[in-house]
Design a protein around this ligand. Sequence first.
Ligand code: KG4
Ligand code: ZN
Length: 318
Amino acid sequence: MILAIETSCDETCAAVMDDDGRLLSSVVASQSAEHVAFGGVVPEIASRRHLELVDPTVRAALAEAGIGFGDVTRVAVTAGPGLIGALLVGVGYAKGLAAALGVPLIPVDHLAGHVASLQLADHPPVGAHLVLLASGGHTLLLDVDNGVTTLARSLDDAAGEAFDKGARLLGLGYPGGPALAALAADGDPDARPFTTPLAGRDDLAFSFSGLKTALATAVGTAEPADLAAAYQEAIVRHLADRARLGLAATGRTTLGLVGGVAANERLRAALADLPAELVLAPLAYCGDNAAMIAAAARTASAPDDWLALDAYARSPLG
Ligand code: KG4
Ligand code: ZN
């Protein structure tokens, strides 16, 4: 029985998965209400809130799974990347718990966790596949075979960051992605279109900062809903373009979509038109959660020196 813990950003999460990969519980305690007034995540507030929430969240996950601490045979925890103070709360708690229970501790990379969220889909990918990971901190095209290879990353902002910054420019709340998508639903994406980033180029890379500048310039010249729709459409076209290039370059026939931005309906629809079998992370596991950390830990093993485990801010994948 794996108990997984995730505290890399502003969500305190715990999940229980049995040894056959059946998810028994997944609890997400969101702090977004605490960060709203600041228009983004305040690291020090996040760390303090994780300290308060981590133990009750773990206990809630155990209770929901109908097990006790004594039934846990492995503990898994997100070791990075993320806010270092936030990560340290989860890593410290997990180390103490594993030592007290006398069970091994498995460190999980947060990005590998997002990739593993595909295992929670009704029909997980079989064999080698590409993964588009679009979150608040990363935009990556990954080739997943026996290991994970990064094919493309962002030269500047992440896709989720582009949604969040765009939402701020349009005077919408935080987190910006869902707010911008909701406004875009009432707009016409062709009324005041934006150029697709890196259009006509075949480099495997993402870039969103030019789009953000274009939106900043356009604010006030058109209806906010039309701007939101056009901005979302340009982000989606760019993500779909790079995924199409990646599929052509590798010959892979399966594409997975994961990360917070994977919840975006327009993106899910656009990727369905690509020449690949599309596997979507279930909506409940697009944003940060511990179920995906448990799924990643299932196939990993604990290092001998797990008591020396440290949190890290940057991922080898990112
Ligand atoms: O994966 P995630 O929960 O956290 C990170 O690891 O970063 O991703 C959060 C990001 C935020 O930028 C948020 O605005 C974005 O995902 N997001 C969305 C949607 N829901 C969340 N972006 C676009 N459309 C959505 N529906
Ligand atoms: Zn994430």
